[in-house]
Design a protein around this ligand. Sequence first.
Ligand SMILES: NC(=O)c1ccc[n+]([C@@H]2O[C@H](COP(=O)([O-])OP(=O)(O)OC[C@H]3O[C@@H](n4cnc5c(N)ncnc54)[C@H](O)[C@@H]3O)[C@@H](O)[C@H]2O)c1
Length: 350
Amino acid sequence: MKAKIRMGVVGLGGISNVHIQGILRSVDAELVAICDTNAQLLQATGDKYGIPAQRRFSEFAELIGADFVDAVSICTPNMLHFPIAMEAVRQKKPFCLEKPIALNAKEAEQLRDACRTANVPNMIGFSYRYKPAVRYARSLVQEGQLGRIYHVYGQYLQSWAKPDVPMSWRFSKAMSGSGALGDLGSHVIDLTRFIVGDIKRVTGNAGILVGARRNPGSDTQSTVDVDDYVHFLATIESDISGVFSISRFAYGRGNYQRLEIYGDKGALVYSLEADDSLEVCIGSVYEQSHQFVEVPIPARFHQDQMQSFFDLVRGVDDGLNATLDDGVFNQKALDAIEESFECGKWIEID
Ligand SMILES: NC(=O)c1ccc[n+]([C@@H]2O[C@H](COP(=O)([O-])OP(=O)(O)OC[C@H]3O[C@@H](n4cnc5c(N)ncnc54)[C@H](O)[C@@H]3O)[C@@H](O)[C@H]2O)c1
C-alpha cells in the first residue's frame, strides 16, 4: 500500500473546509499540519482535527518547509496566492491553489513559468469543474449533440454584500485584485472554457454600489475600490456570442450559477442552485414543443475535487483538472474584462 500524502493547509477560513473534508474523505491523504495568522482560528481548527501544537503554524513558509508535509492546499486571500505558491514551487511541494491564482496576469505567468521549470504538480480550485452536471454538459457539447454553438448565457449571482457588511479583503483591490469579477466571474469564465471553448475578446460594464464600508470593530470606514457587479459580452472561440452577468447584489440569490448554451441542434441549461442539475432540449421533437427536460447524470461524471488532486500528485491525470495554464488564461480574461470596463472598448485576449 502506498503511503498517504501528508497534507498541510494554509488559510483556515471558509473554503478550507472543502479542502479539509476532501482530505479526510480520501484514503490517499491525511491532514498533518495547518497554518493561519488568526491564532484563535488556528487553535480551534487544530483542536477540532487533532493536530498537535507543533504542527500548527502562523508562518506559511515553515509549514511548507516541514519535512512531514508532502503537499499543500493554499486557501488564503488572493494577494497571498502568488507568494505562497512560489514558496511551494521553491520547496518542490505539490499544491492545490484557490482561484483566482494571482492579482494580475503578470504575476500569474511568473508563477506558471517558475512551476513549469521546477516541474511541480499543481491544481487550481475551479471547483465547479467537479459538478457532475458540468462534466455531462461538456461531454454533450464535445459529442456534437448541440451542433454548432451559437450562444452562451452565463450568470453568477449572489446577494451577500449588503451595505452593512464590514470591510474585508474581498472589497480591496490590493488584496483581491478585483471584486465580484475575480470572486465569481473567474468561475463562469472557467466553466465556459471547460464546456465550450476559449473566450477570445470581451467588453464589460462594472460598478461599485457601496463605496465605503465600516472597518470591523471600529467607527472608521475604508473605501471600496473593486467592482460589486460586472456585466460583459464575449466572443467565444471564433464566433460564439456570450453574455454574462456577475453580481454580489442580486437580491435573494444565494449561490445562483447558471449557464445556458444554445446550438443549431440542441440546447442545455446547467444550474448549480437547482441542485447541480442539467436540462436539455435536443432534437426536433423537443425543439418543436419547446421542452427542456432534466436528465439524470451518469455515474461516470461524478469525480471528487480533492481526490483528483491526490491522483494528480501520484501522476494520474484525467485531463479535466485545472492547472496553472488554465489559471493564467483565466487571469488574462479577468484583466481584459477589467481593462474593457475601464476604457469602454472591446479587448482581445491573447
Ligand atoms: N473554489 C471556490 O468555490 C471558492 C469559494 C470561496 C473562496 N474561494 C477562494 O478561497 C480563498 C479564500 O477564501 P475564503 O472565503 O476561505 O476566505 P476567508 O477570509 O474566509 O479565509 C482566509 C483565511 O486566510 C487566513 N490568512 C490570512 N493571511 C494569512 C497568512 N499570511 N498565512 C496563513 N493564513 C492567512 C485568514 O486568517 C483566514 O482565516 C480566496 O482566494 C477565494 O477566492 C474559492
